[in-house]
Design a protein around this ligand. Structure first.
Ligand code: CMC
Length: 382
Protein backbone atom coordinates (compact mmCIF):
# COMPACT_ATOMS: atom_id res chain seq x y z
CA UNK A 1 0.00 0.00 0.00
CA UNK A 2 1.40 3.45 -0.90
CA UNK A 3 1.84 5.87 2.02
CA UNK A 4 -0.85 8.55 2.48
CA UNK A 5 0.12 11.85 0.81
CA UNK A 6 1.33 14.58 3.12
CA UNK A 7 1.28 18.37 2.85
CA UNK A 8 4.80 18.31 1.45
CA UNK A 9 3.52 16.44 -1.64
CA UNK A 10 1.37 19.46 -2.53
CA UNK A 11 2.12 20.49 -6.10
CA UNK A 12 -0.11 23.29 -7.37
CA UNK A 13 -1.13 22.68 -10.97
CA UNK A 14 0.60 19.24 -10.76
CA UNK A 15 3.55 20.83 -12.59
CA UNK A 16 6.08 18.58 -10.84
CA UNK A 17 3.97 15.45 -10.59
CA UNK A 18 4.35 12.39 -12.81
CA UNK A 19 0.78 11.06 -12.85
CA UNK A 20 0.95 8.43 -15.60
CA UNK A 21 3.25 6.15 -17.57
CA UNK A 22 2.92 6.25 -21.34
CA UNK A 23 4.67 4.88 -24.41
CA UNK A 24 2.95 7.34 -26.74
CA UNK A 25 4.71 10.70 -26.79
CA UNK A 26 8.04 11.87 -25.40
CA UNK A 27 8.62 15.56 -24.68
CA UNK A 28 11.96 17.14 -23.85
CA UNK A 29 10.89 20.61 -22.79
CA UNK A 30 14.44 21.92 -22.32
CA UNK A 31 15.69 21.02 -25.78
CA UNK A 32 12.36 21.39 -27.59
CA UNK A 33 11.95 17.78 -28.72
CA UNK A 34 8.71 15.87 -29.35
CA UNK A 35 8.58 12.25 -30.45
CA UNK A 36 5.66 9.89 -31.04
CA UNK A 37 6.79 6.40 -29.93
CA UNK A 38 10.41 7.47 -30.45
CA UNK A 39 9.96 9.02 -33.91
CA UNK A 40 10.78 12.73 -34.16
CA UNK A 41 7.69 14.85 -34.88
CA UNK A 42 9.47 16.53 -37.77
CA UNK A 43 10.05 13.16 -39.50
CA UNK A 44 6.38 12.27 -39.04
CA UNK A 45 5.21 15.67 -40.30
CA UNK A 46 7.37 15.26 -43.43
CA UNK A 47 6.68 11.61 -44.17
CA UNK A 48 3.63 10.25 -42.37
CA UNK A 49 -0.13 10.76 -42.54
CA UNK A 50 -2.60 11.40 -39.73
CA UNK A 51 -3.97 7.87 -40.10
CA UNK A 52 -0.51 6.30 -39.98
CA UNK A 53 0.49 8.42 -36.96
CA UNK A 54 -2.73 7.32 -35.24
CA UNK A 55 -1.77 3.66 -35.78
CA UNK A 56 1.70 4.47 -34.39
CA UNK A 57 0.24 6.06 -31.25
CA UNK A 58 -2.27 3.26 -30.67
CA UNK A 59 -0.06 0.27 -31.49
CA UNK A 60 3.40 1.55 -30.54
CA UNK A 61 4.90 0.91 -33.99
CA UNK A 62 4.49 1.91 -37.63
CA UNK A 63 1.98 -0.22 -39.58
CA UNK A 64 2.75 -2.51 -42.50
CA UNK A 65 1.05 -1.57 -45.76
CA UNK A 66 -1.76 -4.09 -45.11
CA UNK A 67 -2.27 -2.88 -41.54
CA UNK A 68 -2.54 0.72 -42.71
CA UNK A 69 -5.02 -0.29 -45.42
CA UNK A 70 -7.07 -2.11 -42.78
CA UNK A 71 -7.09 0.91 -40.46
CA UNK A 72 -8.02 3.24 -43.32
CA UNK A 73 -10.88 0.95 -44.33
CA UNK A 74 -12.13 0.70 -40.72
CA UNK A 75 -12.02 4.49 -40.30
CA UNK A 76 -13.71 5.20 -43.62
CA UNK A 77 -16.51 2.72 -42.84
CA UNK A 78 -17.25 4.87 -39.75
CA UNK A 79 -17.17 8.36 -41.33
CA UNK A 80 -20.98 8.78 -41.36
CA UNK A 81 -23.00 10.02 -38.40
CA UNK A 82 -26.06 8.14 -37.12
CA UNK A 83 -29.22 9.95 -38.37
CA UNK A 84 -30.13 10.64 -34.71
CA UNK A 85 -26.94 12.71 -34.31
CA UNK A 86 -27.72 14.75 -37.44
CA UNK A 87 -31.24 15.35 -36.05
CA UNK A 88 -29.73 16.39 -32.73
CA UNK A 89 -27.30 18.82 -34.40
CA UNK A 90 -30.28 20.39 -36.19
CA UNK A 91 -31.77 21.25 -32.78
CA UNK A 92 -28.69 23.23 -31.65
CA UNK A 93 -29.03 27.05 -31.52
CA UNK A 94 -27.19 28.37 -34.59
CA UNK A 95 -25.08 30.66 -32.44
CA UNK A 96 -23.76 27.81 -30.24
CA UNK A 97 -19.98 27.79 -29.86
CA UNK A 98 -18.80 24.84 -32.02
CA UNK A 99 -16.87 23.32 -29.10
CA UNK A 100 -20.12 23.05 -27.09
CA UNK A 101 -21.83 21.55 -30.12
CA UNK A 102 -18.97 19.06 -30.52
CA UNK A 103 -18.95 18.09 -26.85
CA UNK A 104 -22.72 17.51 -26.85
CA UNK A 105 -22.71 15.46 -30.06
CA UNK A 106 -19.76 13.33 -28.92
CA UNK A 107 -21.47 12.57 -25.60
CA UNK A 108 -24.66 11.73 -27.55
CA UNK A 109 -22.80 9.27 -29.81
CA UNK A 110 -22.76 6.92 -26.79
CA UNK A 111 -26.54 6.64 -27.15
CA UNK A 112 -26.08 5.23 -30.67
CA UNK A 113 -23.27 2.77 -29.93
CA UNK A 114 -24.01 -0.69 -28.54
CA UNK A 115 -20.34 -0.84 -27.45
CA UNK A 116 -20.68 2.34 -25.36
CA UNK A 117 -20.50 0.62 -21.98
CA UNK A 118 -18.37 -2.38 -22.97
CA UNK A 119 -14.90 -1.72 -21.62
CA UNK A 120 -12.94 -4.60 -23.16
CA UNK A 121 -9.94 -3.82 -25.43
CA UNK A 122 -11.71 -4.81 -28.69
CA UNK A 123 -14.78 -2.67 -27.95
CA UNK A 124 -12.59 0.25 -26.92
CA UNK A 125 -10.57 -0.04 -30.11
CA UNK A 126 -13.85 0.02 -32.12
CA UNK A 127 -14.98 3.12 -30.20
CA UNK A 128 -11.60 4.80 -30.76
CA UNK A 129 -12.00 4.22 -34.52
CA UNK A 130 -15.54 5.61 -34.44
CA UNK A 131 -14.49 8.68 -32.46
CA UNK A 132 -11.56 9.52 -34.77
CA UNK A 133 -13.71 8.86 -37.86
CA UNK A 134 -16.86 10.72 -36.79
CA UNK A 135 -15.47 13.85 -35.10
CA UNK A 136 -14.73 15.62 -38.43
CA UNK A 137 -18.30 14.86 -39.56
CA UNK A 138 -19.73 16.42 -36.37
CA UNK A 139 -17.67 19.61 -36.78
CA UNK A 140 -18.53 19.93 -40.48
CA UNK A 141 -22.24 19.09 -39.99
CA UNK A 142 -22.67 21.72 -37.27
CA UNK A 143 -20.90 24.37 -39.33
CA UNK A 144 -23.06 23.61 -42.41
CA UNK A 145 -26.23 23.63 -40.32
CA UNK A 146 -25.48 26.95 -38.59
CA UNK A 147 -24.62 28.52 -41.97
CA UNK A 148 -28.00 27.44 -43.38
CA UNK A 149 -26.35 24.96 -45.77
CA UNK A 150 -27.13 21.32 -46.51
CA UNK A 151 -25.18 18.81 -44.44
CA UNK A 152 -22.83 16.92 -46.77
CA UNK A 153 -22.30 13.16 -46.68
CA UNK A 154 -18.70 11.98 -46.21
CA UNK A 155 -16.66 10.56 -49.11
CA UNK A 156 -15.18 7.22 -47.99
CA UNK A 157 -12.59 7.25 -50.80
CA UNK A 158 -10.94 10.27 -49.17
CA UNK A 159 -8.53 10.46 -46.23
CA UNK A 160 -9.62 12.20 -43.02
CA UNK A 161 -8.16 15.62 -43.87
CA UNK A 162 -9.56 15.75 -47.43
CA UNK A 163 -12.92 14.35 -46.37
CA UNK A 164 -13.25 16.96 -43.62
CA UNK A 165 -12.60 19.83 -46.06
CA UNK A 166 -15.06 18.24 -48.49
CA UNK A 167 -17.82 17.95 -45.85
CA UNK A 168 -17.11 21.52 -44.65
CA UNK A 169 -16.92 23.32 -47.99
CA UNK A 170 -18.74 21.04 -50.43
CA UNK A 171 -15.72 21.31 -52.75
CA UNK A 172 -12.84 18.93 -53.26
CA UNK A 173 -9.81 20.49 -51.55
CA UNK A 174 -6.63 21.20 -53.47
CA UNK A 175 -3.74 18.84 -52.79
CA UNK A 176 -1.87 21.64 -50.95
CA UNK A 177 -4.83 22.34 -48.65
CA UNK A 178 -5.41 18.68 -47.86
CA UNK A 179 -1.72 18.08 -47.22
CA UNK A 180 -1.47 21.18 -44.98
CA UNK A 181 -4.42 20.05 -42.89
CA UNK A 182 -3.10 16.50 -42.67
CA UNK A 183 0.22 17.80 -41.31
CA UNK A 184 -1.62 19.98 -38.76
CA UNK A 185 -3.50 16.87 -37.61
CA UNK A 186 -0.23 14.94 -37.18
CA UNK A 187 1.36 17.79 -35.19
CA UNK A 188 -1.64 18.04 -32.82
CA UNK A 189 -2.34 14.29 -32.43
CA UNK A 190 -0.74 13.77 -29.05
CA UNK A 191 1.20 15.61 -26.37
CA UNK A 192 1.76 13.69 -23.15
CA UNK A 193 -0.42 14.31 -20.13
CA UNK A 194 -1.71 17.73 -21.18
CA UNK A 195 -4.80 19.08 -19.40
CA UNK A 196 -7.40 17.52 -21.71
CA UNK A 197 -5.64 14.14 -21.91
CA UNK A 198 -5.32 14.11 -18.14
CA UNK A 199 -9.04 14.86 -17.90
CA UNK A 200 -9.79 11.87 -20.11
CA UNK A 201 -7.52 9.68 -17.94
CA UNK A 202 -9.25 10.75 -14.71
CA UNK A 203 -12.63 9.84 -16.19
CA UNK A 204 -11.62 6.52 -17.76
CA UNK A 205 -9.77 5.53 -14.56
CA UNK A 206 -13.15 5.33 -12.79
CA UNK A 207 -14.02 2.61 -15.38
CA UNK A 208 -16.56 4.98 -16.88
CA UNK A 209 -16.78 4.84 -20.70
CA UNK A 210 -14.75 6.29 -23.55
CA UNK A 211 -17.47 8.70 -24.74
CA UNK A 212 -17.71 10.25 -21.26
CA UNK A 213 -13.90 10.53 -21.12
CA UNK A 214 -13.66 12.21 -24.50
CA UNK A 215 -16.57 14.58 -23.82
CA UNK A 216 -14.72 15.64 -20.66
CA UNK A 217 -11.47 16.09 -22.59
CA UNK A 218 -13.23 18.33 -25.13
CA UNK A 219 -14.44 20.49 -22.24
CA UNK A 220 -10.86 20.87 -20.97
CA UNK A 221 -9.46 21.58 -24.42
CA UNK A 222 -11.71 24.55 -25.08
CA UNK A 223 -10.19 26.67 -22.29
CA UNK A 224 -8.03 29.61 -23.46
CA UNK A 225 -5.03 28.34 -21.47
CA UNK A 226 -5.16 25.11 -23.51
CA UNK A 227 -6.54 24.49 -27.02
CA UNK A 228 -8.67 27.63 -26.99
CA UNK A 229 -5.43 29.61 -27.35
CA UNK A 230 -5.37 29.18 -31.16
CA UNK A 231 -8.69 31.04 -31.40
CA UNK A 232 -7.27 33.57 -28.89
CA UNK A 233 -4.28 34.19 -31.19
CA UNK A 234 -6.55 34.92 -34.14
CA UNK A 235 -8.73 37.26 -32.06
CA UNK A 236 -5.57 39.09 -30.96
CA UNK A 237 -4.41 39.43 -34.59
CA UNK A 238 -7.85 40.80 -35.50
CA UNK A 239 -7.73 43.21 -32.56
CA UNK A 240 -4.29 44.47 -33.67
CA UNK A 241 -5.61 45.05 -37.18
CA UNK A 242 -2.44 45.73 -39.18
CA UNK A 243 1.33 45.46 -39.05
CA UNK A 244 1.85 49.09 -38.01
CA UNK A 245 -0.08 48.56 -34.75
CA UNK A 246 1.64 45.38 -33.55
CA UNK A 247 4.28 47.07 -31.34
CA UNK A 248 1.81 49.38 -29.63
CA UNK A 249 -0.76 46.65 -28.84
CA UNK A 250 1.74 44.06 -27.62
CA UNK A 251 3.59 46.65 -25.48
CA UNK A 252 0.26 47.67 -23.93
CA UNK A 253 -0.78 44.08 -23.23
CA UNK A 254 2.58 43.29 -21.66
CA UNK A 255 2.40 46.46 -19.52
CA UNK A 256 -1.06 45.35 -18.34
CA UNK A 257 0.41 41.91 -17.52
CA UNK A 258 -1.93 40.25 -20.02
CA UNK A 259 -0.85 36.86 -21.34
CA UNK A 260 -0.01 36.91 -25.04
CA UNK A 261 -1.96 34.03 -26.55
CA UNK A 262 0.14 31.38 -28.30
CA UNK A 263 3.21 31.96 -26.11
CA UNK A 264 4.55 29.97 -23.19
CA UNK A 265 4.12 26.34 -22.26
CA UNK A 266 4.00 24.31 -19.09
CA UNK A 267 6.61 21.86 -20.42
CA UNK A 268 8.56 23.60 -23.22
CA UNK A 269 11.00 26.19 -22.01
CA UNK A 270 12.52 26.17 -25.52
CA UNK A 271 10.94 26.68 -28.96
CA UNK A 272 8.00 24.27 -29.32
CA UNK A 273 9.13 21.90 -32.12
CA UNK A 274 5.61 21.94 -33.57
CA UNK A 275 5.73 25.73 -33.80
CA UNK A 276 9.00 25.57 -35.78
CA UNK A 277 7.26 23.44 -38.37
CA UNK A 278 4.01 25.43 -38.35
CA UNK A 279 5.89 28.72 -38.79
CA UNK A 280 7.34 27.59 -42.11
CA UNK A 281 3.99 26.22 -43.09
CA UNK A 282 2.09 29.36 -42.09
CA UNK A 283 4.46 31.46 -44.20
CA UNK A 284 4.04 29.28 -47.31
CA UNK A 285 0.26 29.15 -47.02
CA UNK A 286 -0.01 32.88 -46.26
CA UNK A 287 2.02 33.61 -49.41
CA UNK A 288 -0.18 31.31 -51.51
CA UNK A 289 -3.47 32.69 -50.17
CA UNK A 290 -2.75 36.42 -49.93
CA UNK A 291 -2.53 36.46 -46.11
CA UNK A 292 1.06 37.65 -45.89
CA UNK A 293 0.29 40.57 -43.56
CA UNK A 294 -1.11 38.12 -41.02
CA UNK A 295 2.14 36.18 -41.13
CA UNK A 296 4.21 39.37 -40.88
CA UNK A 297 2.18 40.50 -37.86
CA UNK A 298 2.76 37.12 -36.18
CA UNK A 299 6.45 37.32 -36.96
CA UNK A 300 6.68 40.82 -35.46
CA UNK A 301 4.89 39.65 -32.29
CA UNK A 302 7.44 36.85 -32.04
CA UNK A 303 10.33 39.35 -32.39
CA UNK A 304 8.94 41.55 -29.61
CA UNK A 305 8.29 38.57 -27.32
CA UNK A 306 11.81 37.32 -28.05
CA UNK A 307 13.30 40.54 -26.74
CA UNK A 308 11.04 40.64 -23.70
CA UNK A 309 10.46 37.12 -22.42
CA UNK A 310 12.57 34.54 -24.28
CA UNK A 311 15.05 34.74 -21.37
CA UNK A 312 12.21 33.42 -19.14
CA UNK A 313 11.77 30.43 -21.47
CA UNK A 314 8.65 31.81 -23.18
CA UNK A 315 8.48 31.04 -26.90
CA UNK A 316 5.69 30.49 -29.45
CA UNK A 317 3.74 27.30 -28.79
CA UNK A 318 1.79 25.07 -31.19
CA UNK A 319 -1.21 27.42 -31.14
CA UNK A 320 0.63 30.55 -32.33
CA UNK A 321 1.34 29.74 -35.98
CA UNK A 322 -1.54 27.27 -36.30
CA UNK A 323 -3.81 30.35 -36.18
CA UNK A 324 -2.34 31.81 -39.40
CA UNK A 325 -2.25 28.34 -40.94
CA UNK A 326 -5.95 27.63 -40.27
CA UNK A 327 -6.97 31.13 -41.36
CA UNK A 328 -5.06 30.72 -44.63
CA UNK A 329 -6.86 27.39 -45.11
CA UNK A 330 -10.14 29.35 -45.01
CA UNK A 331 -11.34 27.98 -41.67
CA UNK A 332 -13.63 30.12 -39.54
CA UNK A 333 -12.07 31.41 -36.36
CA UNK A 334 -14.26 29.39 -34.00
CA UNK A 335 -13.40 26.16 -35.85
CA UNK A 336 -9.72 26.41 -34.86
CA UNK A 337 -10.15 24.65 -31.51
CA UNK A 338 -12.47 21.97 -33.00
CA UNK A 339 -9.61 21.28 -35.48
CA UNK A 340 -7.37 20.65 -32.48
CA UNK A 341 -10.03 18.24 -31.13
CA UNK A 342 -10.25 16.34 -34.45
CA UNK A 343 -6.49 15.72 -34.22
CA UNK A 344 -6.21 15.08 -30.49
CA UNK A 345 -8.95 12.45 -30.73
CA UNK A 346 -6.28 9.90 -31.67
CA UNK A 347 -4.18 10.85 -28.62
CA UNK A 348 -7.11 10.95 -26.17
CA UNK A 349 -8.47 7.57 -27.25
CA UNK A 350 -4.95 6.05 -27.28
CA UNK A 351 -4.29 7.25 -23.72
CA UNK A 352 -7.66 5.89 -22.56
CA UNK A 353 -6.77 2.46 -23.97
CA UNK A 354 -3.30 2.66 -22.39
CA UNK A 355 -4.78 3.61 -19.00
CA UNK A 356 -7.28 0.74 -19.08
CA UNK A 357 -4.53 -1.76 -19.86
CA UNK A 358 -3.02 -1.01 -16.42
CA UNK A 359 -5.67 0.94 -14.57
CA UNK A 360 -5.61 2.55 -11.17
CA UNK A 361 -8.25 5.05 -10.05
CA UNK A 362 -6.80 8.58 -10.32
CA UNK A 363 -7.74 10.33 -7.12
CA UNK A 364 -5.23 12.82 -5.70
CA UNK A 365 -5.45 14.26 -2.21
CA UNK A 366 -5.95 17.91 -1.34
CA UNK A 367 -4.62 20.09 1.40
CA UNK A 368 -7.49 21.20 3.64
CA UNK A 369 -7.14 24.91 4.48
CA UNK A 370 -10.47 25.48 6.25
CA UNK A 371 -11.24 25.66 9.99
CA UNK A 372 -11.94 22.80 12.45
CA UNK A 373 -14.16 22.30 15.50
CA UNK A 374 -16.72 24.93 14.48
CA UNK A 375 -19.99 24.54 16.43
CA UNK A 376 -23.20 24.14 14.44
CA UNK A 377 -25.31 27.29 14.94
CA UNK A 378 -29.10 26.92 14.59
CA UNK A 379 -30.65 29.03 11.83
CA UNK A 380 -32.48 31.26 14.35
CA UNK A 381 -29.14 32.27 16.02
CA UNK A 382 -27.17 33.16 12.84
N1 CMC B 1 2.53 35.97 -22.25
C1 CMC B 1 3.20 36.69 -21.34
N2 CMC B 1 3.78 36.16 -20.24
C2 CMC B 1 3.67 34.85 -20.07
C3 CMC B 1 3.00 34.03 -20.98
C4 CMC B 1 2.41 34.63 -22.11
N3 CMC B 1 1.73 33.91 -23.01
N4 CMC B 1 3.04 32.75 -20.55
C5 CMC B 1 3.70 32.77 -19.40
N5 CMC B 1 4.09 34.02 -19.09
C6 CMC B 1 4.84 34.45 -17.90
C7 CMC B 1 3.89 34.57 -16.72
O1 CMC B 1 3.33 35.85 -16.61
C8 CMC B 1 4.80 34.23 -15.56
O2 CMC B 1 5.61 35.35 -15.33
P1 CMC B 1 6.13 35.69 -13.83
O3 CMC B 1 6.96 34.50 -13.42
O4 CMC B 1 6.91 36.95 -14.00
O5 CMC B 1 4.89 35.83 -13.00
C9 CMC B 1 5.71 33.13 -16.14
O6 CMC B 1 5.74 33.40 -17.55
C10 CMC B 1 5.19 31.72 -15.88
O7 CMC B 1 3.84 31.64 -16.38
P2 CMC B 1 2.73 30.67 -15.80
O8 CMC B 1 1.41 31.06 -16.36
O9 CMC B 1 2.84 30.61 -14.30
O10 CMC B 1 3.22 29.28 -16.38
P3 CMC B 1 2.37 27.97 -16.52
O11 CMC B 1 3.32 26.86 -16.75
O12 CMC B 1 1.38 27.82 -15.41
O13 CMC B 1 1.50 28.30 -17.81
C11 CMC B 1 0.59 28.51 -19.92
C12 CMC B 1 1.67 27.82 -19.07
C13 CMC B 1 0.53 27.81 -21.27
C14 CMC B 1 -0.77 28.35 -19.24
C15 CMC B 1 0.95 30.00 -20.09
O14 CMC B 1 2.19 30.13 -20.74
C16 CMC B 1 -0.14 30.77 -20.84
O15 CMC B 1 -1.13 31.17 -20.23
N6 CMC B 1 0.05 30.99 -22.20
C17 CMC B 1 -0.95 31.67 -22.99
C18 CMC B 1 -2.05 30.70 -23.41
C19 CMC B 1 -1.57 29.69 -24.43
O16 CMC B 1 -0.94 30.03 -25.43
N7 CMC B 1 -1.91 28.40 -24.20
C20 CMC B 1 -1.56 27.30 -25.09
C21 CMC B 1 -0.61 26.36 -24.44
S1 CMC B 1 0.21 25.23 -25.55
C22 CMC B 1 -0.93 24.28 -26.37
C23 CMC B 1 -2.06 23.78 -25.60
O17 CMC B 1 -1.93 23.28 -24.48
O18 CMC B 1 -3.17 23.87 -26.12
Amino acid sequence: MSPAPTEKNFDKGLANTIAAESKMSFIDGVNGVLEYVGIHIDHLARNSTFEESTFLLWEGRLPTETELEELNAALRAEYSLPPGIIDLIRTFPVDSPPMHALQTAIAALALHDSDADVNDPEANRRKAIRLVAKTPAVVAAFDRFRSGKEIIEPRPEMDIASNFLWMLNGEEPTETMAKALDVCLILHADHGTNASTFTSLVIISTLSDMYSSIAGAIGALRGPLHGGANEGVMRMLEEIGDLSKVDEVIERKMANKEKIMGFGHRVYKAYDPRATYLKTFAKGLAEDTGNMELYQMSNRIEEIMNEKVAAKGIFPNVDFYSATTYWSLGLKLDLFTPMFAIARMSGWTGHCMEQLADNKLIRPGSSYTGPHEIPYVPMSDR
